[in-house]
Design a protein around this ligand. Structure first.
Ligand code: TRP
Length: 323
């Protein structure tokens, strides 16, 4: 830790991570460890807006910890922790709520979507963006790697930080989003964006058999083996592209266009390419997933690192506002 810029991100423990989470957030976040001091946390306070099963919430948290460990997160030099282990973030949420206009929250996508679908909106869901802003601001974060869907939340965060600094004097670092444009939309099994809410996900570190089965289930059109196929509109190809090198991508695109390549074969090739990257992590994951002592140790050491910064920032803020 030290002079490198700080990159922070959170991931909600709402289910087993899938390939979309991996490509959109987990993989880029782990790569940033080389050049940034990274703070990554499990957004369990946020998960409470939807998860009502305590055992599931706890297990999902361990699951994510094991996934990050398996994918090469360096817990010695970076911080990986539970959001709820840092209560300062909820204190800051109250303080920032007091300068957040209700109108700003009413323009937030998650709230608008829930209203459009006539879903019940809790205060937690309504003020979700304030808590998220505080997650970022409480650690003086410089960069925030997130998926495309979080862009608006980052804008809200910046707005709130600027507003606070303007009202009370400089207290917050203004963060910048890092959005992986290339992999902004990972297609799911049915060709729509891969998302838990569509039930079209490919689980990330599931046992190999199950993983292969999921890849083989990707929806394609019904062209016969002989017919030429369009790689650009094919979900199998889109996924392959996220894992294969330039040359491999070109080769497969050529075979699509030439005809003679069936979707079964394309899927097998896709599976093999994905599996080459995920096989090693899957083995580590299986070894540590149930080692609670180890997983707790990881979360505790992350908590201790994160809390030092959170205390500094909350003290600064309390002083500014007159508490
Ligand atoms: N809202 C994010 C998501 O659903 C998770 C999250 C919570 C987050 N707090 C954060 C991401 C702070 C980045 C920074 O994916």
């Amino acid at each position: 830790m030290g002079s490198k810029p700080r990159s922070l991100s959170g991931i909600k423990p709402t289910g087993t991570p899938h390939l979309g989470n991996y490509l959109g957030m987990i993989k880029p976040a782990i790569q940033l460890q080389e050049t940034h001091e990274t703070f990554y946390f499990i957004a369990d306070y946020h998960a409470l807006t939807s998860v009502r099963d305590p055992e599931q919430l706890r297990e999902n948290t361990y699951d994510l910890t094991a996934v990050f460990a398996a994918l090469g997160m360096d817990f010695e030099n970076h911080a990986f922790f539970r959001q709820s282990d840092i209560p300062e973030v909820t204190e800051l949420t109250w303080i920032l709520s007091c300068i957040t206009s209700k109108g700003l929250m009413e323009r937030a996508h998650a709230y608008k979507d829930a209203m459009a679908k006539d879903q019940e909106v809790s205060m937690g869901l309504f003020s979700y963006p304030v808590l998220m802003a505080c997650d970022i601001l409480i650690y003086d974060s410089n960069f925030v790697p997130v998926g495309q869907d979080q862009r608006q939340h980052l804008e809200i965060t910046r707005d709130l930080a600027i507003r606070f600094n303007h009202l009370y004097g400089e207290a917050f670092v203004i963060p910048e989003a890092i959005i992986e444009k290339e992999v902004a939309t990972i297609p799911g099994l049915d060709g729509r964006k891969m998302s838990k809410s569509y039930g079209n996900v490919i689980p990330l570190l599931a046992p190999e058999k199950q993983f292969r089965k999921a890849v083989m289930k990707i929806t394609t059109d019904s062209k016969s083996v002989d017919e030429p196929k369009d790689p650009e509109t094919c979900s199998v190809f889109a996924l392959y592209k996220c894992f294969a090198g330039k040359k491999e991508q070109e080769d497969l695109a050529e075979r699509y266009l030439a005809g003679g390549l069936g979707y079964g074969e394309a899927k097998q090739l896709c599976f093999e390419t994905l599996n080459a990257e995920l096989k090693g992590p899957r083995e580590i994951y299986q070894q540590i997933r149930n080692d609670k002592t180890k997983l707790n140790g990881i979360l505790e050491s992350g908590r201790d690192k994160a809390r030092v910064i959170a205390r500094e920032v909350i003290d600064r803020v309390r002083d500014k506002v007159g508490l």
